[in-house]
Design a protein around this ligand. Structure first.
Ligand SMILES: Cc1cc2nc3c(=O)[nH]c(=O)nc-3n(C[C@H](O)[C@H](O)[C@H](O)COP(=O)(O)O)c2cc1C
Length: 224
Protein backbone atom coordinates (compact mmCIF):
# COMPACT_ATOMS: atom_id res chain seq x y z
CA UNK A 1 0.00 0.00 0.00
CA UNK A 2 2.97 2.34 0.66
CA UNK A 3 3.68 2.32 -3.09
CA UNK A 4 0.45 4.19 -3.80
CA UNK A 5 1.37 7.84 -4.42
CA UNK A 6 -0.27 10.86 -2.77
CA UNK A 7 0.40 14.51 -1.98
CA UNK A 8 0.33 16.34 1.35
CA UNK A 9 -2.43 18.84 2.11
CA UNK A 10 -4.19 20.77 4.86
CA UNK A 11 -7.96 20.45 4.55
CA UNK A 12 -9.83 23.24 6.38
CA UNK A 13 -13.47 23.94 7.05
CA UNK A 14 -15.66 26.04 9.36
CA UNK A 15 -18.92 26.22 11.27
CA UNK A 16 -20.86 29.23 12.63
CA UNK A 17 -18.27 29.95 15.31
CA UNK A 18 -15.03 28.08 14.65
CA UNK A 19 -12.50 27.21 12.00
CA UNK A 20 -10.46 24.01 11.84
CA UNK A 21 -8.00 22.17 9.63
CA UNK A 22 -6.20 18.85 9.42
CA UNK A 23 -3.52 17.12 7.38
CA UNK A 24 -4.79 14.88 4.62
CA UNK A 25 -2.87 12.94 2.00
CA UNK A 26 -6.02 11.67 0.28
CA UNK A 27 -6.99 14.65 -1.88
CA UNK A 28 -7.27 13.73 -5.55
CA UNK A 29 -8.79 15.05 -8.75
CA UNK A 30 -11.87 13.23 -10.05
CA UNK A 31 -12.82 15.23 -13.17
CA UNK A 32 -11.76 18.38 -15.00
CA UNK A 33 -15.08 19.61 -16.45
CA UNK A 34 -16.25 20.91 -14.02
CA UNK A 35 -13.12 20.58 -11.86
CA UNK A 36 -13.98 18.03 -9.16
CA UNK A 37 -11.93 16.58 -6.29
CA UNK A 38 -12.44 14.04 -3.51
CA UNK A 39 -11.02 13.68 -0.01
CA UNK A 40 -11.32 10.93 2.60
CA UNK A 41 -11.88 12.22 6.16
CA UNK A 42 -12.04 10.16 9.37
CA UNK A 43 -15.41 10.42 11.11
CA UNK A 44 -13.67 10.94 14.48
CA UNK A 45 -11.80 14.03 13.30
CA UNK A 46 -13.05 17.44 14.42
CA UNK A 47 -12.79 18.62 10.80
CA UNK A 48 -15.26 15.92 9.69
CA UNK A 49 -18.22 17.56 11.46
CA UNK A 50 -17.29 20.96 10.03
CA UNK A 51 -17.31 19.65 6.46
CA UNK A 52 -20.58 17.77 6.98
CA UNK A 53 -22.34 20.87 8.27
CA UNK A 54 -20.88 23.58 6.01
CA UNK A 55 -20.53 21.29 2.96
CA UNK A 56 -17.45 23.29 2.04
CA UNK A 57 -13.71 22.95 2.55
CA UNK A 58 -10.37 24.31 1.37
CA UNK A 59 -7.19 22.45 0.45
CA UNK A 60 -3.74 23.98 0.99
CA UNK A 61 -1.10 22.25 -1.14
CA UNK A 62 2.00 21.85 1.04
CA UNK A 63 5.52 22.60 -0.22
CA UNK A 64 8.26 19.97 -0.07
CA UNK A 65 10.21 21.95 2.54
CA UNK A 66 7.31 22.12 5.03
CA UNK A 67 8.76 21.50 8.53
CA UNK A 68 7.75 18.25 10.25
CA UNK A 69 6.54 20.15 13.31
CA UNK A 70 4.07 22.09 11.15
CA UNK A 71 2.67 18.83 9.77
CA UNK A 72 2.56 17.47 13.32
CA UNK A 73 0.51 20.46 14.48
CA UNK A 74 -2.23 19.80 11.92
CA UNK A 75 -1.84 16.03 11.66
CA UNK A 76 -1.35 14.80 15.22
CA UNK A 77 -3.31 17.38 17.22
CA UNK A 78 -7.04 17.93 17.23
CA UNK A 79 -8.88 21.23 17.02
CA UNK A 80 -11.06 19.88 19.85
CA UNK A 81 -8.24 20.52 22.30
CA UNK A 82 -5.82 22.91 20.51
CA UNK A 83 -5.98 26.14 18.58
CA UNK A 84 -4.06 24.84 15.58
CA UNK A 85 -4.07 28.25 13.89
CA UNK A 86 -2.04 29.89 16.67
CA UNK A 87 1.16 31.34 15.13
CA UNK A 88 0.04 30.18 11.67
CA UNK A 89 -0.52 32.52 8.72
CA UNK A 90 -3.99 31.95 7.31
CA UNK A 91 -6.72 33.82 5.48
CA UNK A 92 -10.49 33.80 5.78
CA UNK A 93 -11.97 33.63 2.28
CA UNK A 94 -15.12 35.46 1.15
CA UNK A 95 -17.08 32.25 1.88
CA UNK A 96 -15.92 32.34 5.54
CA UNK A 97 -13.67 29.32 5.00
CA UNK A 98 -10.13 29.42 6.39
CA UNK A 99 -7.14 28.59 4.24
CA UNK A 100 -3.63 27.98 5.61
CA UNK A 101 -1.02 30.12 3.82
CA UNK A 102 2.22 29.06 5.59
CA UNK A 103 4.21 26.44 3.61
CA UNK A 104 1.48 26.52 0.95
CA UNK A 105 2.10 26.62 -2.82
CA UNK A 106 -1.54 27.25 -3.66
CA UNK A 107 -5.03 26.43 -2.49
CA UNK A 108 -8.40 25.17 -3.70
CA UNK A 109 -11.83 26.00 -2.34
CA UNK A 110 -14.53 23.38 -2.89
CA UNK A 111 -18.27 22.77 -2.42
CA UNK A 112 -19.41 19.24 -1.47
CA UNK A 113 -21.73 17.72 -4.09
CA UNK A 114 -21.84 14.17 -2.77
CA UNK A 115 -20.51 11.96 0.02
CA UNK A 116 -19.90 8.26 0.45
CA UNK A 117 -19.76 6.26 3.66
CA UNK A 118 -16.38 4.51 3.77
CA UNK A 119 -16.77 2.89 7.21
CA UNK A 120 -14.28 4.75 9.42
CA UNK A 121 -14.08 7.54 6.82
CA UNK A 122 -16.37 9.64 4.64
CA UNK A 123 -15.34 10.36 1.07
CA UNK A 124 -16.41 13.89 0.16
CA UNK A 125 -16.82 14.66 -3.55
CA UNK A 126 -16.60 18.39 -4.23
CA UNK A 127 -16.55 20.90 -7.06
CA UNK A 128 -13.89 23.62 -7.10
CA UNK A 129 -15.33 27.10 -6.44
CA UNK A 130 -12.03 29.05 -6.31
CA UNK A 131 -8.29 28.48 -6.53
CA UNK A 132 -5.10 30.49 -6.29
CA UNK A 133 -1.39 29.90 -6.88
CA UNK A 134 0.68 31.49 -4.10
CA UNK A 135 4.27 30.62 -4.98
CA UNK A 136 6.32 28.40 -7.25
CA UNK A 137 7.87 25.29 -5.75
CA UNK A 138 7.73 21.54 -5.47
CA UNK A 139 4.71 20.03 -3.74
CA UNK A 140 5.48 17.53 -0.99
CA UNK A 141 4.57 13.94 -1.82
CA UNK A 142 3.50 11.40 0.78
CA UNK A 143 6.54 9.30 -0.13
CA UNK A 144 8.90 12.26 0.43
CA UNK A 145 7.23 12.85 3.82
CA UNK A 146 8.03 9.26 4.83
CA UNK A 147 11.33 8.56 3.09
CA UNK A 148 13.12 11.90 3.34
CA UNK A 149 11.41 13.74 6.21
CA UNK A 150 10.95 10.44 8.12
CA UNK A 151 7.41 11.53 9.07
CA UNK A 152 4.82 9.21 10.61
CA UNK A 153 1.05 8.77 10.10
CA UNK A 154 -1.63 8.46 12.82
CA UNK A 155 -4.29 5.72 13.09
CA UNK A 156 -6.96 8.20 11.90
CA UNK A 157 -5.36 8.53 8.43
CA UNK A 158 -6.89 6.26 5.76
CA UNK A 159 -3.41 5.09 4.77
CA UNK A 160 -2.22 4.13 8.29
CA UNK A 161 -0.01 1.01 8.40
CA UNK A 162 0.94 -0.60 11.71
CA UNK A 163 4.54 0.39 12.51
CA UNK A 164 5.32 -3.22 13.59
CA UNK A 165 4.79 -4.25 9.99
CA UNK A 166 7.16 -1.55 8.75
CA UNK A 167 9.85 -2.01 11.38
CA UNK A 168 10.42 -5.75 10.90
CA UNK A 169 12.71 -5.27 7.92
CA UNK A 170 15.44 -3.26 9.66
CA UNK A 171 17.13 -4.54 12.77
CA UNK A 172 20.66 -3.22 12.05
CA UNK A 173 20.81 -0.53 14.73
CA UNK A 174 18.51 0.07 17.70
CA UNK A 175 15.63 2.30 16.68
CA UNK A 176 13.15 4.00 18.98
CA UNK A 177 9.51 4.77 18.34
CA UNK A 178 7.49 7.70 19.68
CA UNK A 179 4.50 6.30 21.61
CA UNK A 180 2.49 9.46 20.85
CA UNK A 181 2.72 9.72 17.06
CA UNK A 182 4.61 6.64 15.86
CA UNK A 183 7.66 8.55 14.51
CA UNK A 184 10.71 6.26 14.42
CA UNK A 185 14.12 7.64 15.41
CA UNK A 186 16.69 5.84 13.29
CA UNK A 187 20.32 6.43 14.42
CA UNK A 188 21.51 5.71 10.88
CA UNK A 189 19.64 8.82 9.70
CA UNK A 190 19.80 11.09 12.76
CA UNK A 191 17.28 13.94 12.87
CA UNK A 192 18.20 16.43 10.11
CA UNK A 193 15.28 18.75 11.07
CA UNK A 194 16.94 19.29 14.46
CA UNK A 195 20.54 19.16 13.16
CA UNK A 196 21.25 15.75 14.76
CA UNK A 197 23.83 14.07 12.50
CA UNK A 198 23.42 10.57 11.08
CA UNK A 199 25.08 7.98 13.34
CA UNK A 200 23.84 9.51 16.62
CA UNK A 201 22.45 6.75 18.91
CA UNK A 202 19.18 7.56 20.66
CA UNK A 203 20.96 7.52 24.04
CA UNK A 204 23.29 10.31 22.86
CA UNK A 205 20.46 12.68 21.91
CA UNK A 206 20.36 15.79 24.12
CA UNK A 207 17.93 15.48 27.05
CA UNK A 208 15.87 18.39 25.72
CA UNK A 209 15.49 16.74 22.30
CA UNK A 210 11.82 16.26 21.33
CA UNK A 211 10.04 14.25 18.64
CA UNK A 212 10.39 16.24 15.41
CA UNK A 213 6.80 15.42 14.43
CA UNK A 214 4.66 15.84 17.56
CA UNK A 215 7.00 17.44 20.13
CA UNK A 216 6.86 14.49 22.63
CA UNK A 217 9.81 14.28 25.07
CA UNK A 218 12.49 11.54 24.99
CA UNK A 219 10.84 9.50 27.75
CA UNK A 220 7.84 8.89 25.45
CA UNK A 221 10.10 6.79 23.16
CA UNK A 222 10.51 3.04 23.41
CA UNK A 223 12.83 0.52 21.74
CA UNK A 224 11.45 -1.19 18.66
C1 LIG B 1 0.75 12.32 6.89
C2 LIG B 1 -0.66 12.36 7.41
C3 LIG B 1 -1.71 12.08 6.55
C4 LIG B 1 -3.03 12.09 7.00
N1 LIG B 1 -4.06 11.87 6.13
C5 LIG B 1 -5.34 11.90 6.56
C6 LIG B 1 -6.42 11.75 5.65
O1 LIG B 1 -6.25 11.64 4.44
N2 LIG B 1 -7.69 11.74 6.17
C7 LIG B 1 -7.94 11.87 7.50
O2 LIG B 1 -9.10 11.87 7.91
N3 LIG B 1 -6.92 12.06 8.39
C8 LIG B 1 -5.64 12.09 7.95
N4 LIG B 1 -4.61 12.32 8.82
C9 LIG B 1 -4.92 12.44 10.25
C10 LIG B 1 -5.47 13.80 10.68
O3 LIG B 1 -4.69 14.85 10.14
C11 LIG B 1 -5.44 13.87 12.22
O4 LIG B 1 -6.29 12.84 12.74
C12 LIG B 1 -5.81 15.22 12.80
O5 LIG B 1 -5.33 15.26 14.13
C13 LIG B 1 -7.31 15.51 12.82
O6 LIG B 1 -7.48 16.79 13.37
P1 LIG B 1 -8.91 17.35 13.83
O7 LIG B 1 -9.45 16.45 14.91
O8 LIG B 1 -8.61 18.75 14.34
O9 LIG B 1 -9.79 17.38 12.63
C14 LIG B 1 -3.29 12.37 8.36
C15 LIG B 1 -2.23 12.70 9.24
C16 LIG B 1 -0.93 12.69 8.76
C17 LIG B 1 0.20 13.05 9.69
Amino acid sequence: MRNISYGMYIVCSNNDKLINGQISNTVFQIASEPPTIAVSINKQNFTHGFIQSSLRFTVSILAEDTPLAFIGQFGFKSGRTEDKFKNVKYQILYSGLPVVLDNTLGYLEAKVINQMDGGTHTVFLAQITAMEMLKAGKPMTYDYYHQVKRGSTPKTAPTFIKEEALAKSDTLIQKYRCSVCGYVYDPALGDPENKIPAGTPFEKLPENWVCPVCGATKDKFGKI
